[in-house]
Design a protein around this ligand. Structure first.
Ligand code: HEM
Length: 423
């Protein structure tokens, strides 16, 4: 098929390749819409007749970030749809509308089609690799000197990365909650006040189940949690109690009072920490303070997968948990690199072009409040030595060894009664 935009060379090319093509016969630049992308670098400094060489780098860097944000969101939407997929019927792999995979709100929690865990893992790992690239990309922009930046910064005002809709959507889709954000960042009208489409997209991303929510629903169904069956939590609790008794006995054996007291204090603080996962109301109090993010049953599932990760059936779930932590880690690293770059470019006393306190505001975002999978990081607190991990029953061992793809509907009778919130 002849390309309507092609010149003579393209036509000759078309004729040569006609026998190989069945599609619309577009050339490279056409297919990639390079006419749009490569003409989208508008140097404001040039428009003011004071062209600054480095403004080109500044624009291209931001555009590259936005393109990668787009890809991350695309993957994230598809992963959320996979977690949300119905066992039969709706095919979330292709369920896209307006570039956004449909993740339905308020639907009855569905059983994850476990044959898709490999696909989920693949896409999460892709997000991880993109984020690694984004963390490193900051250093390229750092080749611009603050003096060069100063030469065009005044033209940027009031534009700021603070108004990056995609960054905001990405955070929401991962599961950053409004109330956990730094105060300055809680009202999105500050950044998007005059853009009803942006506000609508943000609201939608807040209402749809986030990745965190979907992961929690899935974790809550971990086979082995059922109290009437393997009762992992009950067994684990007894192991922990035994461990703490042993540790206390051991601590009491120290003859020097100072050392004995040190070890006893350590055991008592461990007891208090374990109490917060065995007492659901203590756990919920931590959740309401933002110190924990996972629902109680989800935390139990995560502990179980971590302890029995060598069982074949928990191998992929364990890798999923690791990828989720990687995502949180890398976004935190990006924030950190960005803050350092900002300090280098504008110091710590100047306001940002978006109106915040600049460096000071960004520094305040470097905290656990933005870590969606915080509880996965803190799981190490609750590990017990291998020899104290409750042995699997024969039945449970078989359940976790079979090469079936993950959880089955009959694994956990509670799955249809999942009480985790939809958002
Ligand atoms: C010279 C380079 C840069 C400087 C001096 C800079 C400065 C700032 C400042 C001061 C803020 C706080 C909001 C404000 O008052 O403006 C901010 C926020 C932000 N910037 Fe940058 N930035 C730079 C590069 C980038 C790049 C390359 C990106 C990539 C997209 C980016 C993305 C963001 C995002 C997403 C926020 C919002 C963060 C949040 O609110 O948690 N910035 N930036």
């Amino acid at each position: 098929m002849a390309c309507p935009l092609s010149d003579g060379i393209a036509e000759a090319h078309d004729q040569e390749n006609d026998q190989f093509t069945e599609g619309p016969g577009m050339l490279y630049g056409e297919y990639l819409r390079l006419d749009k992308i490569l003409t989208a670098q508008r140097l404001l400094s040039a428009e003011f007749n004071k062209e600054v060489h480095d403004e080109h780098l500044f624009i291209v860097t931001h555009q590259a970030y936005e393109l990668w944000f787009k890809q991350i969101i695309y993957e994230l939407d598809s992963v959320r749809a996979l977690f949300n997929s119905e066992p039969n019927g709706y095919d979330s792999l292709n369920g896209t509308s307006n570039n956004h995979t449909v993740v339905q709100k308020n639907r009855v929690p569905q059983i994850l089609n476990e044959s898709r865990t490999l696909e989920i893992l693949k896409r999460l790992n892709r997000i991880v690799l993109i984020l690694k690239l984004l963390v490193d990309q900051v250093t390229i922009l750092e080749t611009m000197t603050p003096l060069d930046f100063m030469a065009f910064r005044e033209y940027l005002c009031p534009a700021s990365g603070f108004q990056s809709l995609q960054f905001r959507l990405l955070e929401n889709k991962l599961g950053v909650k409004q109330e956990h954000r730094v105060k300055y960042n809680q009202s999105y009208t500050r950044a998007f006040g005059r853009d009803p489409k942006a506000i609508e997209a943000i609201k939608r991303s807040e209402e749809e189940p986030s990745l965190s929510c979907l992961v929690q629903r899935w974790l809550a169904r971990t086979p082995g949690l059922e109290p009437h069956d393997f009762d992992f939590w009950g067994k684990y609790k007894r192991s922990v109690e035994k461990l703490l008794v042993e540790q206390e006995q051991h601590a009491r054996k120290y003859t020097k009072e100072q050392i004995r007291n040190y070890h006893l204090a350590n055991v008592h603080s461990r007891k208090a920490i374990f109490e917060t996962i065995f007492n659901e109301s203590l756990h919920n109090a931590l959740v309401s303070r933002g110190e924990r993010k996972f629902a109680y049953a989800a935390l139990q599932g995560a502990v179980m997968i971590t302890l029995y990760r060598d069982e074949p059936r928990f191998s992929q779930p364990h890798q999923i948990l690791t990828a989720l932590m990687d995502i949180d880690s890398l976004i935190t690293k990006w924030r950190y690199n960005h803050v350092l770059m900002v300090q280098r470019m504008i110091g710590s006393q100047q306001l940002g072009t978006g109106g915040s306190s600049g460096y000071q505001y960004l520094k305040s975002t470097l905290s656990d409040r933005y870590k969606v999978f915080l509880d996965l990081f803190n799981l190490s607190t609750f590990l017990i030595p291998r020899h104290m991990i409750p042995p699997l029953t024969k039945q449970m061992k078989t359940k976790l060894s079979v090469a079936c793809n993950g959880w089955n509907p009959d694994d956990n009778q509670n799955n249809s009664e999942c009480t985790l919130d939809d958002t």
